[in-house]
Design a binder for this molecule. Structure first.
Ligand code: FAD
Length: 275
């Protein structure tokens, strides 16, 4: 039946950070849309009380988002400047009602399966800022595993480079998050008859981005031939089967044959756009 719960309502950032050291080991909560009910001890953060957590700050090459910025705020404020895969992935989440509460930080920090935004942010090379009472840490999403002990996510920096080809796919049911949910992002920069840059990311239970695969493709002449596409798919299947990327980063293995098959199908679809 639960028992008494401790809930902190900090009025500013300094209070929020000092609550992190409470002996009840509270969990930071933002929109509270992920699970029913609260953990036994929690720190409620929201952008109304802690203004800097709601800031959306566009720069020339990137946009900084406070971790408690809601999806509705992000879609409303920065729509024209958002990379299309980021915009599409936010728009694919839940309903406008839920998006009024759900935050970008909650989506990234949610434990367990990687959520819908993860592949877009992984492909875009997003950088995370975590704060504890006496320390600030910057972590690239590519090396992020879980929220560091005694810290909270405060800011997400999303680069806004232009890509010629941007593909976002979301296998599984629409607008809810289940065991079948996955997301995939493919970004390509083309020019002078070749592929000058490329990012490919996928998330399901675990997330996957392979620099080896990207480097294999960057520099190739366009259009790709059927032979090249087939060779890349075969090599990638081999890499996944033998977990050849597993020492690269925390996001470099797919933990099931179903995920590997789905990734290969999405990769094939994307590469055929370059034929
Ligand atoms: C109807 C419905 C549909 C949904 N559809 C989708 C969907 O399609 N895709 C999807 O990905 N999700 C979906 N969700 C789940 C959820 O809404 C989102 O994942 C949302 O982004 C979670 O954000 P939140 O602010 O509500 O997080 P919360 O519920 O407040 O927190 C989620 C987790 O993140 C941690 N956390 C939150 N903020 C911080 C922080 N600043 N620092 C450290 N830890 C933090 C919390 O401790 C908790 O573990 C859906 C939910 C509902 C109700």
């Amino acid at each position: 039946m639960g028992g008494a719960k401790t809930v902190f309502f900090p009025r500013n950032m300094a209070e929020a950070l000092s609550c992190l050291n409470s002996s009840s080991e509270p969990q930071v909560m933002a929109g509270c849309t992920l699970e029913r009910g609260l953990p036994s001890s929690s720190i409620m953060v929201n952008a109304t009380q802690i203004e800097e957590l709601g800031v959306i700050d566009p720069h020339e090459r990137f946009i900084d988002f406070g971790s408690a910025a809601t999806f509705s705020q992000i879609l409303g404020t920065a729509k024209r400047r958002l990379p299309s895969v980021f915009f599409e992935s936010i728009e694919s989440i839940a309903t406008p009602f839920v998006r009024n509460r759900a935050t970008i930080g909650g989506n990234i920090c949610a434990p367990g399966r990687r959520r819908t935004l993860f592949s877009a942010l992984l492909a875009l090379d997003a950088r995370l800022e975590f704060k504890g009472e006496n320390e600030t840490l910057f972590i690239h999403l590519g090396t992020f595993n879980k929220v560091p002990q005694g810290m909270m996510l405060t800011k997400i920096r999303v680069p806004v480079d232009e890509w010629n080809i941007s593909i976002f796919k979301r296998p599984g049911p629409a607008r809810i998050f289940t065991e079948e949910s996955a997301s995939f992002v493919f970004l390509a920069m083309t020019g002078k008859g070749g592929l000058s840059d490329l990012r490919i990311a996928y998330s399901q239970h675990t997330a996957y981005r392979s620099r080896a695969l990207e480097n294999r493709l960057i520099g190739m002449r366009l259009p790709l031939t059927q032979k090249t596409v087939s060779a890349i798919l075969d090599e990638t299947a081999e890499r996944l089967k033998n977990s050849l990327d597993s020492s690269e980063s925390p996001h470099s293995t797919l933990d099931s044959p179903v995920a590997a098959r789905q990734f290969l199908d999405l990769l094939e679809f994307s590469l055929t756009q370059l034929m």
